[in-house]
Write a protein that binds this ligand. Structure first.
Ligand code: ADP
Length: 480
């Protein structure tokens, strides 16, 4: 991998403004198996040092004028944009996504830094109409303190900027633990943060032993908040571990997104929406359509058109022109996809496209369409996190809503209809944090992203996103 600025490839961690640690763990390209870089394997002691650095930097950082923090965030955004092409190549190399998607992720991810550079100056307190003449009631908004951020591999860039831009804008300092599969993008972002002028200790990045780092982040009393995106199992573990020190939590966990196509849908839009929602990032997104529920009257036509569209998706290394589907992140991810397909077929599902590993080998899987999928199958209950469109059949609106809500998860849901009354009814009835109506791509820095039920708590993005990192302080001023 040749970057225009090779110094963006780091092999050390950032603690207290110092690049530190011995490069040890290989980072590999899932499309080729080639080594991309190497990062340190740090543990509890180094994490403690990073937390202490963040704690040491907190008073000065939170004490800056909002405008001063905003200017540094803005400079970081400009650097992300200036190095967009390198950052996209780095992401494709360590994560596997097509270059076009990696470029789109830099745009999407950097928009959070840009937006929160602006929001930093709009953290407003309140004055409450007083209950007595001699006093005044005020509400201050203050940063939570040191934040531990643990991020996944599916969006190596955006999951970091989406979490830490609002945290830094609010005046918090941060310790980031990126996913072991994709630490290089995180370290490149840290390098750019240093160039942007964040003071030492404000942003720290540690790579290595997830359990040890997570254990320290969740038990150390200096950390006041954990923000996590990843699996529901790890989210629950972090929540339990954070209980003893009563940390604030923002959790973005698994989904099991329903994608409902009603008989009156615009077929072209529904097919395009399903491809965008299901096959982006090879289906490895937490808002990917996992259960495509199709009404009886449109079922056969939708299945046929979706199969045509899916069969046209080019599979290959993300750097090749025209590729729409990269490899899956690792063998475990591939094995899960295979198991879901096998289980569905054994119980009567039909394969209209794909269904097997791709002839390219490694972790490539053929974009797949299954029909006659039923709620008994594994694919109905668990997030597949791969390129498999599973089509269920339903007859009535009530049945669709009941099927859609029949899961412990509640992150994103989508539906396609041209009936405006139904659009309101169904949007209100779905137990999800985010709804796409006639739309398969819903994420934006301008909107609150997050889930209900076991998909998590807290919101990222929009003016709500910065509130997660702020505490309210009520001040009663008497004797006036
Ligand atoms: P996935 O299965 O998609 O990799 P995970 O929830 O395991 O999802 O990973 C998301 C993030 O959580 C990664 O950064 C990973 O290293 C981290 N992680 C995994 N286990 C733990 C743990 N016990 N404590 C803290 N972080 C963890």
């Amino acid at each position: 991998m040749q970057l225009k600025t090779p110094t963006l490839i780091k092999d050390q961690c950032l603690i207290g403004g110092v690049w530190t640690g011995t490069p040890k763990d290989d980072v590999t390209n899932p499309a080729t198996g080639a080594a991309v870089g190497r990062v340190p394997r740090l543990g509890a002691a180094e994490t403690r040092a990073a937390i202490e650095a963040a704690h040491g930097a907190f008073a000065a950082w939170s004490g800056l004028l909002a405008k001063e923090r905003a200017q540094i965030l803005r400079a970081w955004y400009e650097l992300q944009q200036a190095h967009a092409e390198d950052l996209a190549h780095l992401m494709t190399a360590e994560q596997g996504k097509p270059l076009a998607e990696a470029r789109a992720e830099v745009d999407y991810g950097s928009a959070f830094t840009e937006f929160y550079a602006e929001e930093a100056r709009r953290v407003l307190g309140e004055i409450i109409p007083t209950p007595k003449q001699s006093g005044r009631m005020l509400v201050l908004k203050q940063p939570v303190g040191v934040v531990g951020a643990i991020t996944p591999w599916n969006f190596p860039f955006a999951m970091i900027t989406r979490k830490i831009s609002p945290a830094l804008a609010a005046g918090c300092t941060v310790v980031v633990k990126p996913a072991p599969e994709t630490p290089l993008t995180a370290l490149a972002l840290a390098e750019l943060a240093c160039q942007a002028g964040f003071p030492p200790g404000v942003l720290n990045v540690v790579t290595g032993d997830a359990e040890a780092i997570g254990g320290e982040l969740t038990s150390n009393p200096l950390v006041r908040m954990i923000t996590f995106t990843g699996s529901t199992a790890v989210g629950k573990l972090l929540m339990r571990q954070s209980a003893d020190t009563v940390k604030k939590l923002s959790l973005e966990l698994g989904g099991n997104a329903p994608f409902i196509v009603f008989d009156d849908a615009d077929l072209d839009a529904a097919v395009a929406g399903a491809v965008a929602s299901k096959f982006r990032n090879s289906g490895q997104t937490c808002v990917s359509a996992n259960r495509i529920l199709v009404q009886g009257g449109i079922y056969e036509r939708f299945a046929e058109r979706l199969t045509e569209a899916v069969s046209a998706l080019k599979v290959g290394a993300g750097t090749e022109p025209g590729v729409a589907q990269g490899p899956l992140i690792n063998e475990a991810g591939l094995a899960k996809v295979e198991a879901h397909v096998r289980d569905a077929v054994a119980q009567g599902a039909k394969v209209l496209a794909g269904g097997v590993r791709h002839e390219l080998g490694r972790t490539f899987f053929e974009p797949t369409v299954l029909t006659e999928v039923t709620p008994r199958m594994q694919i109905a209950r668990e997030e597949t996190f791969g390129p498999v469109a599973a089509l269920f059949r339903f007859e009535t609106e009530d049945e669709a809503v009941a099927l859609a809500n029949d899961t412990p998860f509640g992150l994103a849901a989508y539906f396609f209809t041209r009936d405006i009354s139904r659009a309101w009814r169904v949007a209100e009835a779905l137990e999800y944090g985010m709804i796409g109506v006639n739309e398969g791509m819903i994420s934006s820095e301008l909107a609150p992203f997050g889930g209900v039920k076991e998909s998590g708590q807290g919101r990222e993005g929009s003016h709500h996103g910065i509130e997660e990192f702020l505490e309210l302080k009520y001040v009663m001023m008497g004797g006036l």
